[in-house]
Design a protein around this ligand. Structure first.
Ligand code: ZN
Length: 301
């Protein structure tokens, strides 16, 4: 009887000890595993040496992306970038009109510049690459007059530039160097041919737009179109399109027009400016402190 009691007492003590020891062992094992995984994560994400600690406020995903480009096109032409310190919405009066001219320089450039000068205003020119010496002098004049020059691709060939993000970066870099080498001013703005989302770039626009912003380059779409590139457009239709469009804007208006030798636009432009000035609108050239319209991603069905 005594033996049996002793046996059961020992069994009870053994069970209690086991109940204490097992969880303790588990805790030690899990802590070791946790430390190992943490080391692995830090090594993979930041190379192990950076002074970045996961789970604290010093964690900066953007700086990691900047330091460790993961995608091939992020390595292309790293010098094509701009310093961007944020939009300053307080500086822009809602009754501001930003006139923008795409596709130049052209034979229209100097007449457009004359009209702008005569009215004491500035505008923005999103230009393509042009090889003629005339084009270079027109480009220089745009900058000399205090207007802004942005990129609009070198070739403007949709099938080429929208075949891949790499192609587009390659083309934009040519455009960037053309502007920088001709005017001594590095562009900070981009207008994609056809806008940031169009039927030609549907497969690549999300990474393409993200890549522009990663480089500090701001892409600008528009919220008013003069319709000057449409077949059968007249100076009257352009005037009407702009006046109606600007009035529909909730805030500043970003007007799409073209610098492409269209005589009707040259006829409409002074009237556009004068009519809007008479209604209290002011005009300005864009820079990268102005928040531009950016076309939104279409909703998935
Ligand atoms: Zn264009």
């Amino acid at each position: 009887m005594k033996k049996s009691v002793r046996f059961w007492r020992r069994m009870l003590i053994a069970c209690i000890l086991a109940l204490i020891a097992l969880p303790c062992g588990g805790v030690v094992l899990l802590s070791l595993q946790n430390a190992k995984l943490r080391d692995e994560i830090e090594t993979r994400v930041i190379g192990g040496d950076d002074a970045v600690t996961i789970g604290t406020t010093s964690y900066d995903a953007a700086s990691i992306v900047r330091q460790k480009p993961l995608l091939s096109y992020q390595l292309l032409y790293p010098e094509m970038k701009a310093s961007f310190s944020g939009f300053n919405d307080d500086l822009v009066n809602p009754k501001t009109v930003f006139l923008t001219f795409d596709d130049g320089p052209s034979t229209s450039t100097l007449p457009i510049l004359d009209i702008l000068k005569k009215h004491g205003i500035h505008a923005t020119f999103f230009v393509n690459g042009k090889s003629s010496v005339f084009a270079s002098s027109w480009l220089k004049q745009i900058a000399k007059d205090g207007n802004t020059i942005g990129m609009h691709s070198y070739t403007h060939q949709y099938s080429l530039i929208y075949a891949s993000v790499e192609n587009c970066i390659e083309d934009l870099n040519k455009n960037y160097l053309y502007i920088k080498n001709t005017t001594a001013i590095a562009p900070t703005l981009v207008r994609f041919p056809g806008g940031s989302i169009n039927t030609y770039n549907l497969k690549i626009y999300p990474p393409l737009c993200a890549e522009m912003l990663r480089r500090g380059l701001i892409y600008c779409d528009w919220n008013v179109s003069a319709g000057d590139a449409i077949k059968d457009a007249t100076s009257e239709s352009m005037l009407e399109n702009v006046l109606n469009g600007v009035k529909l804007c909730w805030g500043p208006a970003f007007v799409l027009m073209h610098d492409n030798g269209n005589a009707d636009l040259l006829k409409a432009l002074p009237q556009i400016i004068e009519r809007l000035q008479a209604e209290g609108y002011t005009f300005a050239a864009l820079d990268n402190t102005v928040r531009p319209p950016m076309f939104v991603y279409p909703e998935e069905n």
